[in-house]
Design a protein around this ligand. Structure first.
Ligand code: BJW
Length: 257
């Protein structure tokens, strides 16, 4: 895999850092075969735009369509495995005294990889909640109805994710903002940096004087502002970074050299 060498200054910063925060987006799971949010959908879902399915209005208009889209995505994620990018972040959590992993992803792959502390800003694909009571629902009786109904109050169930116009979980957002404001190094990995308030986090870190690193094969609105851009796939760059900073082993053979 070809990408520019990792700057020695960045290696030194990370080696010395005690507080590191990481923000991930759909790009980190791309090499696990999970489609990113803004790439065109394929197959059954090719004629739908994810931005138009991930909204409260879409669910109100056609709850069956939206529920089935999430069921299809659950199935794709069940078939996926964490990739070397996820695993490199597990290794970083072990090496860094105060490490905060913030994700916009709803796929749960960071936890499956072995990361312990994960702030999920946009919820989780594998949870459901009651549309009326906004409370998590763990199980419901089998029925042919799609979406199923809340066993307590009979309202529709919906995926426990954050759609456009909805508030992010307050505790997770507060912890993410705190981590961004106090990090010495902040890594923004595999996100288009388009969706707020998550997109604000690297800018918070920049304003607080952190070294901000972007890992992405494509430029984003954040790119002109970062301290270091590592242009390439996270599944190759992150293992190489871990290998070069700690001389550990995260599957980095030959990458970045
Ligand atoms: C690779 C790679 C590889 C590929 N390696 N990289 C301020 C300004 C403007 C607007 C707003 C604002 N504040 C709030 C808003 C409104 C709105 C918003 O941000 N709109 C913008 C689109 C303009 N935000 C909200 O509504 C949020 N709520 C909120 O702010 O509440 C307060 C409020 C309420 C009411 C009014 C006003 C304020 C909620 C946002 C919820 C986002 N939800 C979704 C769906 C989650 C469930 C689901 O998955 O279905 O979250 S939308 C979607 O976007 C999903 C993602 O988490 C999120 C971010 O996408 P991400 O991860 O960046 O993916 P992509 O596909 O965009 O990018 C992938 C990247 O990977 C690319 O760059 C590739 O190059 C790269 N890549 N392969 C590394 N191998």
């Amino acid at each position: 895999m070809n990408f520019s060498p990792i700057p020695t200054e960045l290696i030194a910063h990370l080696r010395a850092a005690r507080r590191v925060a990481v923000l991930t987006g759909a790009g980190i799971s791309a090499e696990s075969g999970v489609p990113t949010f803004r790439e065109a959908q394929t197959g059954l879902w090719a004629r739908y735009d994810p931005e138009e399915l991930a909204t409260p209005d879409a669910f109100r208009r056609n709850p069956k369509l939206v529920w089935e889209w999430y069921a299809w995505r659950q199935e794709r994620v069940r078939q996926a495995e964490p990739n070397p990018g996820h695993l490199a972040l597990v290794e970083m959590e072990r090496r860094i005294a105060e490490f905060t992993l913030i994700t916009q992803n709803v796929d749960g792959l960071h936890r499956r990889a072995g990361s312990h502390q994960v702030l999920e800003l946009h919820g989780n694909l594998f949870r459901a909640k009651c549309l009326d009571e906004d409370r998590p629902v763990e199980s419901w009786p089998d029925s042919a109805e799609i979406p199923p109904r809340c066993p307590r109050c009979g309202a529709l169930l919906r995926p426990d994710v954050v759609w456009f116009g909805e508030m992010l979980p307050a505790g997770a957002l507060r912890a993410a903002e705190q981590a961004a404001a106090t990090a010495e190094v902040f890594l923004s990995i595999g996100t288009s940096t388009l969706v707020y308030p998550a997109a604000e986090l690297p800018f918070t870190a920049l304003r607080a004087g952190a070294t901000v690193v972007e890992v992405n094969p494509q430029p984003t609105p954040l790119s002109p502002h970062v301290t270091f851009s590592l242009n390439g796939p996270a599944g190759a760059i992150l293992p190489a970074l871990v290998e070069q900073v700690w001389n550990g082993s995260a599957g980095a053979e030959g990458a970045g050299r």
